[in-house]
Design a protein around this ligand. Sequence first.
Ligand SMILES: Nc1ncnc2c1ncn2[C@@H]1O[C@H](COP(=O)(O)OP(=O)(O)OP(=O)(O)O)[C@@H](O)[C@H]1O
Ligand SMILES: [Mg+2]
Length: 698
Amino acid sequence: MDYQGRLNPESKQEVLARVEAEAGKKSTDSKKKKALIQDVRILLSVCEKQFPNASFSVKSRVSNGDLNLTLRVSGEAADPEKTDSFRYIRDLFEWRYENGENIYTCRFSLYNTTWKSITFSWNYVKQHKHLLIFAVTCQMISAFLGVAAPIVSARIIRAYANNEAWRVMYIAFAILVIQLLRNLFLVVSNQGYNRMYTKTLTALENDLVRGVLQMQSKCLDENGSGLFIQRLTGDTGRIASGFNSLADMVTQILSYAGILIAMFIVSPAVCLFVIMMMAVQSFMEIFRTEQLRKDDKEFRKANEKFYGLTGEMVRGSKDIKLLNSEDDFSGELGERIAEANGKRLFMQKRSWVLKLFRWEVGEFGSFLMIALLAYLISEQIVIPSTALVLYNYYADLGPNAVKFFGSFMEFLADFNLSNERVQELLNEREFPREHFGTRELENPQGEIRFDDVTFAYDHEDPEHPGRNILEHLSFTIPAGKTAAIVGRSGCGKTTTFNLIDKLYEADSGKVMLDGVDIRELSRDAVRGNITVVSQSPYIFNMSVRDNLKLIKPDLSEEEMREVCRLACIDEDIEKMTDGYDTIIGEGGVNLSGGQRQRLAIARAMIRNTRIILFDEATSALDNVTQAYIQEAIDNMRKGRTVVLVAHRLSTVMNADQIMYMQDGKILDQGTHEEMLKTCPPYRTLAEMEGSASSENSE
Ligand SMILES: Nc1ncnc2c1ncn2[C@@H]1O[C@H](COP(=O)(O)OP(=O)(O)OP(=O)(O)O)[C@@H](O)[C@H]1O
Ligand SMILES: [Mg+2]
């Protein structure tokens, strides 16, 4: 829907009517539709008050059960966070200001939760719907054969009675064939389901992995790894098996419906009573599962925290030991375990109490059923043998159907919750993704420029505005030159690198590569042209060879050995048990700090990009190795833009340009000699290093 006009009561009504009509076509939940209209009405009213008679446009689109609405209003910027009239609806939409227009965007869900979950899962399952159809057909045939077997066996009794031995054998053989086929179809159907499950799971997990890798760094900073691991490993499975369970349940429902119809033919009164009892118990079951869903949500949240800390415990076990804080850590972990298990216990306790109520109602129903049948017999409405059949039906159907209904509701609750959690991860509003432009750098030169850049890590939280880590930072590093950033720990050096590589984006000002705003550049133009050798490089739990091949899959053996030689790591690798095939351990635990750094330098050499940023890349190396590596780095400088961060001034002295950073600003810049003259803190650093080396030499 598109609308353009001036903000006044008539246009407001018109927009509301159109949005309602659009939502009405797709909505499966009238409550959600009402809430949506209410929200849009409030948004329009507030905008009308703020910008009376301003020109505005509304665009709404429905996709995947969501209505996405964009409202543009011309006028002064009215940031909802700072504008009083928006106070109550700040959480409703996102705001940005572009070319004299306030742009409000919001997304409303039109489907009820289950429908949304089913459509979401269907998007994955539909690619393998032939498998689903195949599996369901086989399952139906198997179920039909299951029903047919007892009917056929009934004929045996007649044949026995008639003394027809051959006929008995003939029927027994038919039963054998039916049972063999039934088992066969059941197994084939399960194979179909399993294949569908695996394919769906694979696609879903791949999407999530991609989603997590594309997330903005700050999302990953804010959420523990437990959250991602649980959703990726647990919830995806529940979603992938959703359609299997649904198909299973449909088959069950069909067979229960058959029994009810049979009952109705014999005695409508009994059938109605059974339906009534089933309805009462089912409502009780719905209530129980609703509670269970709420409790489960709490439990899973607590479990995520526990998982996250467990991961940290494994990764940081050495540090925990060295800090002699096993007790503190296990205390902390114990609290999380207790919290998660406490929540589970509460969930189970409540669930069992509610189950008990339902069971007792069921027993009471059996009592009533006997009374009803006794009455029907006494009134000669049914004969005793029929009453017995009806009671058997009830005894079988009643609890089984409700139990089935209960597990169906439990499954649905689980399925919906898992869907919610996975969709949240895939939702860019909840977990924003990195955004890149489309511009490429045809012939990258490697000039880096910061133009009045200000940045804070947690600026998004209006209650706790973050401290600016970089403030009005401006500098230019010409293409092909080597620059160095020095400054006290925490002054913002790594942060500057993070902005160059677009791990984070500047809050204001511009970061430019070759004179182009980094926001306009494509992922390849940025990341493909920059290599960062970080302060604490992450080496993956694979062989040395695979760690290097991760960067360049077609890396030749000679190339690999050559870069390792240049990075002075070749001898170390050859001494390892399996040489280049040695598995390095999670995070590179089997390597020394200096080996990790040298391997990271080897990785950088393989990438061979125009710009290389070394963040304390040689801090863990001894002086001799450092001198060798320095030579390799010096060789890499030719034709490249290199930025060095180092605390050891000897490492940066030869740079074309040295910048002294303090509290997120460049205090001074120049060559080593110039800085010694003009920048007192730099001189102090140099003097301290000089005195330190003279002390050492004494
Ligand atoms: N992911 C993050 N979230 C929030 N704050 C951060 C984050 N990373 C760094 N900071 C903060 O930003 C400031 C600058 O950090 P940065 O890593 O840029 O310092 P640095 O100059 O590289 O220091 P060092 O020499 O110790 O490596 C520090 O106060 C740090 O606490
Ligand atoms: Mg740093």
